[in-house]
Design a protein around this ligand. Structure first.
Ligand code: GDP
Length: 311
């Protein structure tokens, strides 16, 4: 098993385990009947794949079973795999290749609600992109949460990335500006900005992010910006309203889903992508620096449905 796929498997183990509690018993039974179709449906809902995708999978199982006398219980997995692959087509976020040294640095904003994993993701992303050969600098723009500065500082020492920070309570847009300027002077090509957590319902706080973006947009023509929403995977599909609101106000360009290792609702990614078609860049599959992995829809689906038939 390759390292990356192994990470997906261990990070998604809880969702898979829960899914297979039901599917496993259906594989042992001899027939598809209305009762076990209902159980499959319930298992798909529990994994949080969303109403549309679940209904599509169930309809296809029903149809294939009707048409094919040789229907095998394992066909349930291939149908589910097929539907998920189709829904997730185009979902893998691809960062543009590193910009050349003479152009201005790219900016990556990490936004989201409190505790969703932004600070941790900022550090892990810095580590990931440095390993890819990018010249990274991180701005500690979460000047609101007491521990955030200290937390990102500890990460910067541990993972050896450069950091621009200010006092607790400082203007976040000013920290973003200082970080951007430092990036230009030190010839960095990627600025990662950790921002304070906010609820999508707090208009004032949302406007702060808009201001931060405006300040940096003034620094150069055609600033290359990425605005990723860091989503707590354990919230499941309930997060959709907040994603929509962040998207309306900030124009999100991607999603990072964290804490998938701690939930059995790891299927929510499918419904969120289906509804918003925002590319998924990374998955948080654990607490270690390299537990943040670039999203691969194939590995994601295989880790949920593949190989082990029963758990
Ligand atoms: P912020 O408020 O959005 O900056 O959230 P933090 O980055 O402080 O993260 C909140 C908590 O979630 C911390 O205890 C992190 O260690 C934890 N966390 C973040 N990402 C992951 C993940 O992918 N897996 C697990 N298990 N924990 C995570």
């Amino acid at each position: 098993m390759f390292g990356l796929f192994k990470k997906f498997c261990s990070g998604l183990a809880k969702t898979k385990q829960r899914l297979f509690q039901t599917l496993g018993s259906i594989f042992r039974s001899d027939k598809i009947n209305p009762a076990n179709l209902e159980s499959i449906e319930e298992a798909l809902y529990t994994a949080d794949f969303g109403v549309e995708t679940t209904e599509e999978i169930i309809a296809q199982i029903r149809q294939t079973h009707k048409e094919n006398k040789n229907f095998q219980q394992q066909d349930i997995l291939s149908i589910t795999t097929h539907v998920l692959s189709r829904v997730l087509q185009g979902s893998e976020g691809r960062l543009p290749a590193p910009v050349d040294i003479h152009s201005s640095p790219e900016v990556l904003y990490l936004v989201g609600t409190n505790g969703s994993g932004k600070t941790t993701t900022a550090a892990k992303c810095a580590h990931y992109f440095q390993q890819q050969g990018r010249k990274v600098i991180v701005g500690a723009c979460d000047t609101f949460r007491m521990a955030a500065n200290e937390q990102i500082h500890t990460w910067s020492q541990r993972l050896e990335f450069e950091l621009v920070a200010s006092q607790h309570g400082a203007d976040a847009a000013a920290v973003a500006y200082d970080t951007y300027k430092a990036a230009c002077h030190r010839q960095k090509d990627l600025v990662i900005l950790d921002t304070a957590g906010r609820l999508h319902t707090k208009e004032g706080l949302m406007k702060e992010l808009v201001k931060m973006k405006r300040v940096l947009q003034k620094q150069t023509e055609n600033l290359s910006e990425h605005t990723w929403l860091v989503l707590d995977g354990s919230l499941g599909a309930n997060a959709i309203t907040s994603v929509q609101r962040f998207h309306e106000i900030l124009g999100l360009t991607g999603i990072v889903m964290t804490k998938l290792d701690g939930t059995s609702r790891g299927g929510s990614l499918v419904g969120i992508y289906r509804q918003l078609q925002l590319p998924i860049y990374f998955l948080g599959l654990g607490e270690k620096p390299d537990d943040l992995q670039p999203f691969s829809s194939e590995d994601y689906i295989r880790a949920l449905l593949g190989e082990t038939r029963e758990n």
